[in-house]
Design a protein around this ligand. Structure first.
Ligand SMILES: Cc1ncc(C[n+]2csc(CCOP(=O)(O)OP(=O)(O)O)c2C)c(N)n1
Length: 357
């Protein structure tokens, strides 16, 4: 897919930072994609069995997410992921166990102690900030964190993701406008999967699309094939390099696939055109990246098979561990939710104060 909009060309340092990832990074990206897919498959089945209450799928978006994760510096840059970003948070250091504990709503869930919906990722140590459920609220929050980084003199960039449906919310405008005015170190990434539940992109976003809006804010905008992890990595690395160099925010639109229903509560056969699923399967980024790694000789067939086997074992272990964990105590219901009752298990005193304030 061609780059359709680039308001300002990338230069010097940014271009150097956006080199193709080295073979070890490419393999790490494949591993995160395969692990996210395997978790997705397992959690979906568990939801069908009634073992977990709800499943959110990221099937078809993993390539873009792994690339964004590779371009970030885990624990230094801030990430505001949205609910489909399992591959992104795995790249940053969250574990399959963390994802499973949240799916089961266990007391040990590091994101919320089992209080949030699954996939509201949070890990203060990794600078992964929990999103709120109203879509797009994370966008102005990310701009605010970028301002805080500037005020504290930190060399951190902020990356925030959201869907094209979320780009219709006022929060999107507010976040972009504020960041552009103050030239904040933030990268806005729209993971455009073509649907907002049952609403197709053509009824959500007028041409020429999300990336083109960047010009109106005076920031660079770029539309990238999000099924191509290398192209996405290069675009994200360029945008992050600009942010770190004090050149301000950027808007990326990564075009991805939504291969499944919106969530386990949705039936997409009621609105998805016939043949669409087959077309998605043909463009599935996971087997395509596998073939590419072999063609690039970044990994051998045996190495990739070993990764797939290790991933399957990790998902089995994470499932068994989460199943064995306890549900939150009823007496703890208000902890971290209602002021003055303390934070969820595993949070620091500082977070406890923030929760209670
Ligand atoms: C403000 C708000 N309105 C509606 C919803 C219900 N809702 C949850 S996800 C979603 C679709 C969002 O679509 P998009 O931003 O394109 O992301 P996608 O789910 O397709 O990845 C909607 C409407 C919500 N959570 N918040």
């Amino acid at each position: 897919m061609p780059t359709t909009v680039r308001a300002r060309s990338a230069q010097g340092g940014a271009e150097a930072a956006a080199a193709t990832p080295d073979p070890a990074t490419l393999v790490r990206m494949y591993r995160a994609m395969a692990l996210a897919r395997a978790l997705d498959d397992r959690i979906w089945k568990l939801s069908r069995q009634g073992a977990v209450p709800f499943a959110v799928t990221g099937r078809g978006q993993e390539a873009a997410q792994a690339a964004l994760g590779a371009a970030l510096r885990a624990g230094i840059d801030y990430a505001y992921p949205y609910y489909r970003d399992v591959a992104l948070v795995l790249m940053l250091g969250m574990t399959p166990g963390d994802v499973m504990l949240a799916a089961y709503g266990r007391a040990a869930d590091p994101a919320s102690g089992g209080r949030q919906m699954p996939n509201h990722f949070s890990q203060p140590r990794l600078r992964i900030v929990s999103g709120s459920s109203p879509v797009a609220t994370q966008i102005p929050q990310a701009a605010g964190t970028a301002l805080a980084c500037r005020l504290r003199g930190e060399d951190a960039a902020v990356l925030v993701t959201f869907g094209e449906g979320a780009s219709s919310q006022g929060d999107f405008h507010e976040g972009c406008n504020f960041a552009a005015i103050h030239r904040l170190p933030v990268v806005f990434v729209c993971e455009n999967n073509g649907w907002a539940i049952s609403v197709p992109e053509r009824l959500q976003v007028a041409p020429p699309g999300v990336a083109a809006r960047a010009a109106a804010y005076g920031m660079p905008g770029e539309k990238v094939d999000g099924t191509d992890p290398v192209a996405t990595y290069r675009a994200a690395a360029r945008a992050l390099a600009r942010a770190r160099a004090g050149e301000g925010p950027s808007l990326l639109e990564v075009v991805v696939l939504r291969m499944d229903a919106h969530t386990s509560s949705d039936d997409d056969t009621t609105y998805r055109p016939a043949g669409d699923r087959a077309e998605m399967a043909r463009r599935d980024p996971l087997p395509r990246f596998r073939r590419r790694l072999l063609a690039l000789r970044a990994a051998s067939q045996d190495e990739l098979r070993a990764i797939d086997a290790a991933v399957a074992a990790e998902v089995d272990a994470a499932t068994a561990a989460a199943e064995a964990h306890a549900a939150p105590e009823a007496a703890d219901l208000h902890r971290g939710v209602v002021a003055g009752r303390g934070a969820p298990a595993g949070r620091s005193g500082e977070a406890e104060e923030a929760c209670g304030s």
